[in-house]
Design a protein around this ligand. Sequence first.
Ligand SMILES: [Zn+2]
Length: 721
Amino acid sequence: MCWVIVVVAAAVAADASPGMPGFDAALEQVVFDGHAADAAHQAESTVGVRGDFAIVDAGVAGAGPGLVVRAPSAWGETSLLFNAPFGDGLVRARFRVGDNLDHALVFRARLESAADASAEVDGGYGLTLEHGLARLVRWEHRIPRFLGSEQKLEPVPKAGDVVEVVVTAGGPWLQATVFAGATMTRLAHLAVVDRGFDAGQVGWRVGRNDRGSSLLFLSVANTSPPAVPSVRDLTWDGEVSGAGVDRLLTLHDVDVDRLPLDLQKKVTVREGGLAFVATDPIGVERVRRAGIEIVAHKTQMPWRHVDAILRTRLGKPPTKTSAGFRVDESYKDETMVADLLTAYAERFPKITRLVELGRSGEGRRILALVISKNANEAPIPGVRDTVVHRPAVLLDAAHHGGELLSPEFVLDAIQQLTERYGRDKDITHFVDGAAIWCVPMVNVDGNHRYIWETRDYDRKNARDVDGNGRVDGWDGVDLYRNYLSGWGGLGEIGSRSWPYHYRYRGPEPGSEPEIQAMISLAAREHFVASIDYHTNATKILVPYTDPSMENPDVNEGWVIAEEIAATLPIQVNKKMYEVARNLYPVDGTAQDYFRSTFGTVALLVEGPQNNPLPYDRTRNANVIPGRGIWQGLLRRVIEGPSIRGTVVDAAGSPIEANVIVSEQAPKRGEQWTARPRDGFFQRLVPAPGRYTLIVKSAGNKDVIKNVDVGAGPLRVDVVIR
Ligand SMILES: [Zn+2]
């Protein structure tokens, strides 16, 4: 028996009919069944009992007979372990609630002393249902430790209600689903990883508050040999599983005609002698019962099977228009993004240049389109990739490969900046006044995996963390936690050291080629301002997001973000963009790195929705009302109050001096230096007024200038002699 079959069994529990739908004796071994004639005997086949249980044959209508607590143990909790070992596989149980929901399904459990059948459960796992919450718990020496986050049961089962729970386990990966017994609608779903116990008994534990509750049914399916967990069916650490109910079946193409008609309509792709069917657990069961061979069965089906609009566009070149190109036809894989950037560079050669920043772990190109007046000229002999004496601004997206909406914000900016240049006064001003680096897709490998292979680990890149020679579901690094500053500084809160974790920070700071590419770009350009796009919180996040990093007393980034947010309309999700800092604990981020290393006003924009569908009705509704963010930031850099200029020596050579506005000086010794290649610097200030500019360079006296900044940029050139 393989793990996939266990998934089928788990899936059957999602059937909307009451009772025990789709139970398959070939898969599941009954441990206790209140209906069975030998129920009493079953109840006796326990390895540990604390308290007094009895079989009753008159349950609440429809619930059937069950095992009830006749007398609770002295200190209230009542438990029993059945003589049914469980390691990897599935456990299913039905309970009827007594006075108050307060009981637990126990699994992989053991007694304190095997010799003492009345001993308390010493160690093991439980799915506890109490106080309206579902929680996964690990007991060690009787002490409970809650794993992951709790889930509210909605609605909370009441006295007399029947509840069904299904637990699946494979190695350290545990997940549990709670259903309303009458309708089999899902009430909660939990998933964690824990390495405490790999096998033990199954059982039932009743809290002191739940008098009269009864166990109706308990079954176990052990995979044998113990399953290598299918990573496609599990997630971890308390975050609600994205495994969901969607299933992708791979069948032989010749079998499509044998499928029920409605399932034939769910065939998404036919290629290479195979056919893919996007369905749900019930569909899987129907295919199986039709005797059709299932070549592969997984959840987290890759995005191309979810998104019919994308399927019509994959592999096609950009669509030309009179002004440029369509950028709003579908979500995009990394090839479509590269094709668009190339097309724009060819069509607008005077104001754009295509730059390869580096290669991803799997060798894909990480591309930037730099947009600026005369971008393709070579202003310094021998140095091509530069635009001198102009502020550089970065718009990037998709550090998290599965955030498909995020590149759309940057591609929209590219379209606006190129196609409306020379026609729109503001746009022309932006392109003439700044070098705008557009990097719509940082995590090209993650995007590829999300669209083509699996939506597991949607955020991570393609590092083979377990070194098994291939990139499978648990691999990858969370690129947004791999930057140099504050890397891992918050311990196991802001990011994780465990390689399989969703938020794995990587083996060392800046370990990932994608991040190395971004770091060397930033080191060359010293961005004055940047926006890193993500989804989906409808927030503009301001550094420092790491609470251990102290901001300047006047955090001009915050002031500017507030200014911008105030200009924005209500968004598609009926929310306004809010400015926030430290939305959740996170370390090793791009924005803190850019801020701490270069003084960049580094904003992170969490767009309103995550990968909304259908694309043609949601994309522009998300992207267009957010244009004011990048436009507002560019306007602020080009037209707003600031101090800019160059630092050079007597011979005119640039000096990498530390340039500080003392009213908003960094607090932890950050060195915010002029740009190495041309000595350019620009410091945005919160408002017009008098400021003190301090220029520090090694071996030279500090240059201190009191300056009056008006409504726009004040030019201050410093020559160090
Ligand atoms: Zn993200």
